[in-house]
Write a protein that binds this ligand. Structure first.
Ligand code: ZN
Length: 202
């Protein structure tokens, strides 16, 4: 016990000494400047987050959504859960699934969730395409088509995406074609989540 008491006192003395040194450093101009910059930066980051939230909320509000049914997860029977996600603005209703299943949301997903909670989505121009597809694949197809047809309307876009998916489905077993597609659409190289049964549309 005596040994522990000595060690305890040694630590207290050392800690006091360090605190004195910290206090001395905090009074130097360089450290004062450093702390002030940290403070300013924190304020800017907070402002940036608030503005980003406003920008995204405005984007979700003004988008004529084109909904794709994305696979959020599989149940124990390997049956997929589908949720609607917009290929145009990225709004993903799957965040509701995540919340209901206790999954943590990223900052981006939290903005989506708060938006969905507050707003009833009833824009008459939106389209539920009934296409079931991995979200990254659908978004990549959308971007590629939009690049070539910037003024395309939702109905035509839906047809183009369906045609592209039909072609993918027909060539599903062609590994070379699959790899080329990944490059063409600049998908993540690890991209392998989708199966032909997942991209069926009615
Ligand atoms: Zn949208």
């Amino acid at each position: 016990m005596k040994q522990e008491m000595q060690e305890y006192e040694r630590i207290i003395n050392l800690s006091n000494e360090i605190q004195t040194q910290i206090a001395r450093l905090e009074n130097t101009d360089l450290i004062k400047q450093y702390l002030e910059l940290l403070h300013q930066n924190q304020k800017l980051l907070q402002k940036k987050k608030e503005l980003y939230k406003k920008i995204k909320t405005e984007e979700y509000s003004s988008c004529d959504h084109l909904w794709i049914e994305t696979i959020t997860d599989y149940n124990f029977l390997k049956t997929p859960f589908h949720y609607c996600s917009c290929v145009k603005c990225g709004l993903d209703q799957g965040v509701v699934y995540s919340i209901n299943h206790g999954k943590p949301l990223s900052f981006e997903q939290t903005i989506m969730y708060n938006f969905l909670k507050k707003h009833h989505i009833d824009n008459p121009n939106q389209i539920n395409s009934n296409i079931k597809c991995d979200f990254s694949l659908a978004t990549a197809l959308y971007k590629k088509i939009e690049e070539n047809h910037p003024d395309i309307d939702n109905i035509t876009m839906q047809k183009y995406i369906q045609t592209a998916l039909d072609s993918i489905r027909q060539n599903e077993n062609d590994t070379q074609e699959k790899e080329n597609r990944i490059k063409r659409l600049t998908l993540n190289p690890n991209f392998n989540k989708w199966h032909s049964r997942d991209i069926v549309h009615w």
